[in-house]
Design a protein. Structure first.
Length: 248
């Protein structure tokens, strides 16, 4: 069974750092499990954090602008072609981890066959992995315009200020429309532990529940490319079991 986790939130909230931390946590606890990192953010920051400049994307397949690494096999149906093309753009991170980048997506209102063919091929692809981690563009709507898949856990990441808390509440409401049966939870990132009382007041005012916080990493500037943070890793270890992932 594939377990899917999506990290959502406004750009700049630390989604990619949290995704990478969750990835390392999964690798620590389940070293033999396979993981697909799905970069659904328009900046492709997740791929960049691994030192990868991935130009071959799902959008490239859709638009016909993808440059294939190998020659296109003959006598394939269109559905087989899309499945083969997805295989061509997967990039390995390590023995058990791969990454794929979506970039721009088409609208579900589009009735062109390629929309359904990409959806069906992605579902097949996801089912091959034990975990799929989605670095999302804002909320779940953008992801759901690309592929219909049950998300087991959606993490909304917010910063400890009123504008971000307000937005997290709205993202929670937006995402609920696209996440029937999904566990939706909120995590507050970059928290100053000396300023907890104002944060508690904000959360109560906006009626927003969280499963925890991630302290501010004062050394994060040193890792602004790799986005690796020991502070976030420590917090993710504490938060991991609160996610209630259905791991066998």
């Amino acid at each position: 069974m594939t377990i899917s986790v999506a990290v959502t939130g406004k750009g700049g909230s630390g989604k990619t750092t949290v995704i990478k931390s969750l990835w390392r946590t999964l690798k620590k606890h389940y070293p033999d499990k396979s993981i697909l990192l799905f970069d659904n953010d328009l900046t492709s920051e997740l791929a960049h954090s691994f030192g990868l400049d991935i130009r071959n994307t799902i959008y490239g397949i859709r638009s016909g602008k993808h440059e294939y690494r190998t020659g296109i096999p003959e006598n394939m149906s269109k559905s087989e072609y899309v499945e083969w093309a997805l295989e061509d753009i997967i990039v390995p991170i390590d023995d058990n981890t791969d990454i794929i980048v979506s970039w721009l997506i088409g609208s579900k209102d589009c009735r062109c066959p390629i929309t359904k063919q990409i959806n069906d091929a992605l579902v097949k692809l996801f089912n091959r992995y034990d975990f799929v981690l989605f670095d999302c563009e804002f909320d779940l709507k953008y992801l759901c315009q690309l592929v219909d898949i049950q998300i087991d856990c959606a993490i909304i990441l917010a910063l400890p200020n009123e504008a971000s808390i307000d937005l997290a509440k709205r993202i929670e409401e937006y995402s609920a429309k696209y996440a029937a049966g999904t566990q939706i939870t909120v995590v507050i990132n970059r928290v100053d532990k000396h300023k907890m009382e104002p944060l508690y007041e904000l959360l109560e005012r906006y009626d927003l529940s969280t499963i925890g916080i991630i302290p501010k990493d004062m050394d994060m500037k040193k890792n602004r490319i790799s986005l690796n943070s020991p502070v976030v890793d420590t917090s993710m270890e504490e938060l991991f079991y609160r996610l209630n992932l259905p791991v066998n």
